[in-house]
Design a binder for this molecule. Structure first.
Ligand SMILES: [Zn+2]
Length: 409
């Protein structure tokens, strides 16, 4: 493992050099190319869960410093005004080593959502009309995720298949409640973690640009994000060697990522649910459902730990303005709702709701959770995970949690 690590690190260093030149040419780096962490190393493997791992300018004088308010009127001559994006200024955090971005949005609000419009709705075919749920069935293609038996060439349980089956059933349940549902993958195909993050980022940035234009604005800075995201999707790899992880992050968040995360924070009518199964090779007794979310506090703490480990003096400032309460609440609702239907999925270990720094939670700023439905390595869980009727119960539980999230107090 350590020899492999060393090779990875060497490969990363070589790629950083090549990609630094590319980025400099594309204008995304300071001219000296050294001022910021380039972010070619992701902060964790993105997926998998402890204790088990499944391996796996403003034109307006009304604009405040933080860009919170739009100019009162767009020009009436048919030209688009420049949409206000605050100057990117990081600030030191006296409590830690890494700087963090200010706890305020760098962009003005353009997408407004009145969540009270959904409160009190009946659980019927129009309950979630206007809500979009992005479902992310983990793994796929050559990446099977966890297997049982582990490492078998002829497994009887394959995580990627279970994830997709539950996601498809969840889609049906959510559509029956009127939601718009997007499956990031709807077949047994490979997509990198960063492909999924970039795809979602692009989907929302495109919507945002449309809304900007409708409001009489344009933004070159947001348009600049598109080729960055396209490149991540084209590379479609999670390996360090590929550089496919880099455009998004690394330790801390580059300016482009901060912009993207601030933009996403406006979409309170969109949820992101990542669906996985867990496994533990060396303990088949561990079983049960766990739901992961990420708060700004934990993101900051974990990024600092990594910075200490890796000696990254020039890491970019850490982004902390996640939707902490929404994420916590959504995670709790998913757990409660699935266990309400399948009580035997109760996790018996220390923690079943876990605040953790996974890439798919850190590099998206939606209300989002990563659901580990159960342990493929445990016989009791496996029976449920591979049974269509039980999968349907999991799907119904997830959909019901989403209904509760928007429509009940
Ligand atoms: Zn997984």
């Amino acid at each position: 493992m350590s020899a492999q690590r060393s090779r990875l690190i060497l490969s990363i260093l070589m790629l950083v050099s090549i990609l630094t030149v590319s980025l400099s040419m594309a204008g995304f780096l300071p001219e000296d190319g050294t001022a910021r962490s380039l972010g070619w190393i992701a902060s964790d493997d993105g997926w998998g869960a402890g204790p088990g791992r499944d391996d796996n300018q403003s034109d307006g004088d009304e604009v405040s410093d933080s860009g919170q308010h739009l100019p009162s009127a767009a020009p009436g001559n048919g030209e688009l005004a420049e949409y206000p994006v605050a100057e990117m200024v990081s600030q030191d955090d006296p409590a830690g080593q890494l700087e963090s971005w200010p706890l305020e949005s760098s962009i003005a609000r353009i997408h407004t959502v009145d969540l009270s419009g959904w409160r009190g709705r009946d659980q019927d075919a129009s309950a979630l009309t206007g809500i979009t749920i992005i479902l992310d069935p983990g793994h796929g293609g050559q990446d099977t995720g966890a297997l049982y038996p582990a490492h078998s060439s002829d497994p009887i349980a394959i995580e990627s298949e279970i994830n997709l089956a539950v996601a498809q059933k969840t889609r049906a349940e959510l559509e029956a409640l009127g939601a718009t549902v997007i499956l990031i993958r709807d077949a047994d195909v490979w997509q990198s973690i960063f492909y999924r993050i970039a795809w979602t980022g692009r989907y929302l940035a495109e919507q945002f640009l449309d809304e900007l234009a409708d409001a009489g604005f344009q933004s070159g800075r947001i348009e600049t994000l598109m080729p960055l995201l396209d490149q991540v999707m084209q590379i479609n790899s999670d390996s360090d060697e590929s550089g496919g992880r880099g455009l998004m992050s690394g330790e801390g968040a580059r300016e482009e990522l901060r912009l993207l995360l601030d933009l996403q924070a406006q979409y309170e009518d969109v949820l992101y649910l990542s669906i996985h199964c867990n496994a533990l090779d060396d303990d088949s007794t561990v079983r049960g459902l766990q739901v992961f979310y990420l708060t700004g506090e934990t993101a900051y703490a974990r990024e600092n730990e990594l910075a200490v480990d890796r000696g990254l003096a020039n890491a970019a400032p850490v982004y902390r303005m996640y939707q902490d309460e929404s994420r916590r609440r959504l995670a709790g609702l998913v757990q409660e709702s699935v266990l309400g239907r399948l009580p035997s999925l109760k996790y018996e270990g220390q923690k079943s709701l876990i605040d953790e720094n996974y890439a798919v939670l850190r590099e998206l700023n939606l209300a989002s959770v990563l659901i580990e439905l159960g342990f493929i390595s445990n016989a009791q869980d496996r029976t449920l995970l591979t049974d269509a009727a039980s999968q349907q119960q999991m799907a119904a539980g997830i959909a019901s949690a989403v209904y509760h999230y928007y429509c009940l107090p």
